[in-house]
Design a protein around this ligand. Structure first.
Ligand SMILES: C[S@@+](CC[C@H](N)C(=O)[O-])C[C@H]1O[C@@H](n2cnc3c(N)ncnc32)[C@H](O)[C@@H]1O
Length: 309
């Protein structure tokens, strides 16, 4: 994150300390993507010369704000930093676990509600903005109305950006569409029968889009288009688990990297960090093997930090 780093010997010693710190303190997240977002936010706070007022939208159980507060109490305006979510159960847990912070019930797609919160030095949108896209599920279409969903995302993001202080940062971590040809067929085989069952449950129950597969060249292989393949692998860890009932309704994918960057640009955020990340690569390897030659598992998450000019 070049714009945020201080390139002295002292700073790099400091960075090594924090790498070590986060390695142990994020072990409880077991490799979840939000660990990347927490470390990036930590780097922003370390570079800040005064305590920051932070807002996390779609904060869930508050682990991100809570972890940042534990690591950097002197860098955060604790009493005026807050998390917002529309899930009251998650907020209840956040309040119990991190009593120093405010956790408020509200919707980040509601521009009027946002206008009541004031301005912030750091706004976090971690695994949250895809909800604005998924909310455009259309019963009649039987899938998400893509155009309406993209519009929801763009409008929500534009409204959020207006609550950044000058020089403030917006950190977004979310799913990303692969940069490669979305229509390309990818063939893969299941490493065990349970994998095939999970795949069939996924194609039957994933709600945002109809998943169309084709038989593969062998009895234990199938083909999916690149776009659906990314959808499948990012949902794999949830299929058949308690979270599946909720996860099967959400699409992580809505924008590719260029669309994300254009949205930052349109809202006058200069991008100081852009990273495409694969979170679950090893878990997919355990479940399936790619057959199509020259195809790699697509990186599936994006971490973007923009600074208000
Ligand atoms: C996948 S969770 C991520 C939670 C947290 N950011 C994290 O990474 O630990 C997404 C959260 O966004 C919340 N959410 C979705 N749409 C929302 C909205 N319009 N307003 C507020 N919260 C929303 C959900 O209730 C859920 O808690």
């Amino acid at each position: 994150m070049p714009a945020l780093c201080v390139s002295t010997g002292l700073a790099s010693l400091n960075d090594s300390f924090w790498d070590f710190y986060w390695e142990s303190h994020l072990a409880f997240l077991q490799g979840q993507g939000k660990g990347f977002a927490i470390q990036s936010a930590s780097q922003i706070l370390r570079g800040s010369t005064k305590p920051a007022r932070i807002l996390e939208l779609g904060c869930g159980e508050g682990q991100i704000l809570g972890s940042l507060l534990q690591a950097h109490p002197e860098k955060i305006q604790v009493s005026s930093s807050m998390g917002v979510d529309r899930d009251d159960d998650a907020l209840g847990k956040a309040r119990r676990d991190y009593p120093g912070l405010q956790f408020l019930s509200g919707s980040f797609t509601d521009a009027r509600y946002l206008s009541t919160l004031g301005k912030f030095d750091l706004i976090l949108l971690v695994n949250a903005l895809h909800h604005a896209f998924s909310d455009a599920y259309d019963e009649e279409l039987g899938q998400i109305d893509e155009q309406a969903g993209k519009q929801n995302v763009a409008q929500t993001f534009a409204a959020i950006c207006t609550y950044l202080n000058p020089g403030g940062y917006l950190l977004l971590f979310d799913g990303v569409e692969a940069n490669t040809d979305a229509q390309q067929w990818i063939e893969f085989r299941f490493r065990h029968p349970a994998g095939r069952q999970r795949f069939e449950q996924f194609t039957r129950e994933y709600l945002p889009f109809r998943i169309q597969s084709q038989p593969g060249s062998t009895a234990d292989s199938v083909c999916l288009r690149q776009r659906d393949f990314t959808r499948y692998i990012t949902k794999l860890i949830f299929v058949g688990k308690p979270l599946w009932e909720r996860e099967r309704r959400e699409s992580y994918q809505y924008f590719n990297e260029s669309e994300f960057c254009a949205m930052f640009d349109q809202n006058e955020l200069s991008i100081v960090h852009n990273e495409i990340i694969s979170v679950d690569y090893e878990r997919w390897q355990d479940e399936i093997e790619l057959i199509t030659a020259g195809i790699e598992f697509p990186p599936e998450h994006i971490l973007l930090v923009g600074q208000r000019c």
